[in-house]
Design a binder for this molecule. Sequence first.
Ligand code: FNR
Length: 202
Amino acid sequence: MRHSKNIAIFIGSLRKESLNRKIAKALIALAPESLSLKIVELGGLQMYNQDLEETLPAEWMEFRNQLKDFDGLLFITPEYNRSVPAVLKNAIDIGSKPNGKNAWDKKPGAVVSVSPGAIGGFGANHHLRQSLSAVNIPTMQQPEAYIGNAAALFDDRGELINDSTKSFLKKFMTEFAEWVERNSVQGKHIVQEVQLTPSVIN
Ligand code: FNR
């Protein structure tokens, strides 16, 4: 039986009318029932400075603690100068420290990049994957999600109105639910160990 999974959503834009936030909301609406999704706000996180590890900012502590409650991580990012916006990279850095207490460790993740441009934030998507690999987040490879021409996908109220994008995002979330199920720490408990008999006996 599929268990309900708590998923954190991180959005790499602080803009009120953010296209990435609109996509995040659409993803929440299109997700299978087995996922419970929550947007974790990143705008209040002080810039990472290793000196502050001595006198931890309260919001860093809260952010690190919060991560423990999630079974999966969904990163939704704009592209800034062909890379990841600072606000998102800052959150990744804060969650990864101090040494030995990487809060991201082994939590399954996925990336969606969103841009009004035609390339759909490809550069940011893959730069982000490099950091996710460093903090040991097993990140879904397929389907990839590069949402291009994103300004044309919504109505005046910010609702996603493009049917083919809707059906793609629905499929993406179904695959992501499977990914989380297969890669969650809980899931690993049901994998049986196989004892191999040596084929050559000296
Ligand atoms: C951008 N934008 C942008 N777009 C893109 O496709 N590739 C890029 O390299 C960049 N670079 C870039 C740098 C900076 C500093 C800004 C502010 C913007 C445009 C960007 O995709 C657009 O502003 C999006 O609307 C940002 O996402 P939100 O805020 O709508 O979620």
